[in-house]
Design a protein around this ligand. Structure first.
Ligand SMILES: O=c1ccn([C@H]2C[C@H](O)[C@@H](COP(=O)(O)O)O2)c(=O)[nH]1
Length: 497
């Protein structure tokens, strides 16, 4: 590396997301998109750049970036690294470039909030609290270049640094930021089980659970998230080819999914500035193809409880950016192949649907390969994810609320009385309430309860079958009270009448 002489002594002062930025003393801001910022920083001197940071999302990231640039008028150059597949998918870098090239117009965000929308094919928002004249000044005052590789970006940053010191375009500008604080209902922090037929349905229930009872905490970076710890999601019947609601309220679509599945199923070579992919961890990172090992393991021993794939490397503690997906287990029970995955940290609003669909594709692949290479014709069983930190970032709260408003009650209204804990038949016999519990399928009798006090009875039933559906136990309690009233008045009692 050739050292260039320090030309300027400006210290970048980030007002937002300070922990996610590498600050320097130069006049060039470097937006690395999805390329790893430290891989860029290590090739530059701190006096050559003002700030280096990643930009993941055009709707969530650009507004903060612009606020920081307005607060640091000494930044006169901007280098945008638009280098990876992830950048093309997310569109953040393209949208930022379009802000500088094409400008912005008044608009409305998808949660109905007034904002500036960027004149771009990609949807990108800027907070309406920022004045139009400040945005115009910024557009006119900063020279922007796009690079399609880290190497090219480094050259551009160095050439800007060699121009010497340039006057700041004005005084630092700051604008108010409106924040929404949600009401949180009391609830368990650790260990939640959420079940749905499809990934879409399960997702809405997950968002509802975290949004209503999750703890509001600082994230590991800046800002806040709402979090539950150890959230287990069980998806029972995701169809082959995936279910996308109409209109699609998921944060992903089929095009994105195709690329994402390849990141889980396929190996990929190491590239500087690009994080590992899950496929790479599974296929080659540890010198073994773990997906193949799993298929072979189960073909050889279909009952094996050791069909395990691991993505966590003990060296991950030494470097940032460790994989969120850590372990995958595959199990065959009664001719049904289920897949369970653990994730140490999971963005349940923006990332879980893709994580779940990618894992479902892996589950399908393993099932299909076992069928192609052996006599086993397995059913595809449930997909289970266990997310240790299951969180929703504060900048998604509005969208999460809107999703709950529009979808949650519709999902809950789907009439389905099936309870794996069984059915309860209630009658009066010999001056007592008699409750018979049967299996949900064949209706075999499994337990019997009797007594006169409805509260005592429901407590007994709930402690014997603690996994009863809450709405089911409410229903049983109500019927027991009706039976108790009939006992008292001498009227005949018939369940459900
Ligand atoms: O497959 C993935 C990859 C990332 N994330 C989210 C979880 C965290 O919100 C963030 C990663 O931050 P760290 O835990 O690595 O700091 O991205 C996921 O949910 N799923």
């Amino acid at each position: 590396m050739t050292a260039t002489e320090p030309v300027t002594q400006f210290q970048y002062k980030p007002h937002y997301k300070p922990n996610q930025l590498i600050c320097g003393m130069g006049q060039t801001a470097v937006v690395t998109g999805w390329s790893v910022k430290t891989d860029v920083a290590k090739q530059l001197h701190s006096h050559e750049y003002a700030v280096i940071g990643q930009l993941y999302s055009p709707t969530r990231g650009i507004s903060f970036l612009i606020r920081n640039l307005l607060a640091n008028p000494h930044v006169r150059f901007l280098v945008i690294i638009n280098a990876t597949k992830e950048d093309r998918n997310a569109g953040g870098c393209q949208c930022l470039l379009d802000f500088f090239r094409n400008g912005f117009v008044p608009g409305v965000s998808d949660t109905g909030r007034d904002c500036w929308t960027i004149q771009s094919k990609i949807t990108g928002y800027i907070d309406i609290e920022i004045s139009a004249s400040a945005l115009e000044t910024l557009r006119q005052s900063i020279e922007v270049k796009v690079s399609s590789s880290i190497a090219d970006a480094i050259n551009v940053v160095k050439s800007y640094a060699q121009r010497g010191s340039v006057e700041p375009w004005g005084n630092p500008l700051e604008f108010p930021l409106s924040e929404v604080v949600p009401t949180v209902l009391p609830g368990t922090r650790y260990g939640h089980r959420i079940e749905g037929q499809t990934i879409a349905e399960t997702w809405v229930k997950i968002i509802h659970r975290i949004k209503t009872t999750g703890t509001i905490r600082p994230t590991g970076y800046d800002g806040q998230w709402q979090e539950l710890i150890d959230l287990m999601a069980v998806v029972t019947d995701e169809p082959t080819g995936f279910y996308f609601p109409e209109p699609n309220y998921l944060p992903i679509d089929r095009n994105f999914l195709e690329e994402y599945i390849s990141q889980i199923l396929d190996d990929s070579p190491y590239r500087e500035g690009v994080k590992y992919t899950y496929g790479q961890r599974l296929r080659s990172w540890f010198g073994r193809d773990q997906i193949e090992q799993t298929i072979q393991k189960l073909i050889g021993e279909i009952d094996a409880a050791s069909a395990v794939m691991s993505l966590w490397d003990v060296k991950d503690h030494e470097k940032g950016g460790s994989p969120c997906l850590n372990h995958i287990w595959v199990r065959v029970v009664e001719n049904e192949l289920s897949l369970t995955a653990t994730l140490r940290s999971n963005d349940m609003f923006a990332a879980w649907p893709a994580n779940a669909m990618g894992l479902r594709a892996l589950q399908q692949h393993i099932r299909d390969q076992i069928q192609a290479r052996s006599d086993y014709n397995l059913q595809l069983g449930p997909l289970i994810t266990i997310s240790q930190s299951a969180h929703i970032y504060s900048d998604c709260w509005e969208n999460a609320d809107r999703l709950i408003q529009q979808q949650y009650s519709a999902i809950c209204q789907k009439i389905n009385y099936y309870d794996p804990a069984g059915n309860f038949l209630i009658e009066i016999a010999e001056s007592k309430i008699v409750v018979t519990q049967t299996t949900p399928g064949s209706g075999e009798i499994v337990a019997c309860y009797s007594g006169k006090d409805p509260l005592k009875l429901i407590r007994e039933i709930c402690s014997a079958s603690p996994a009863l559906r809450p709405d089911h136990s409410g229903y049983i309690g109500m019927e027991l009270q009706k039976a108790a009233d009939c006992l008292r008045t001498g009227k005949p009692y018939i369940q459900d009448r």
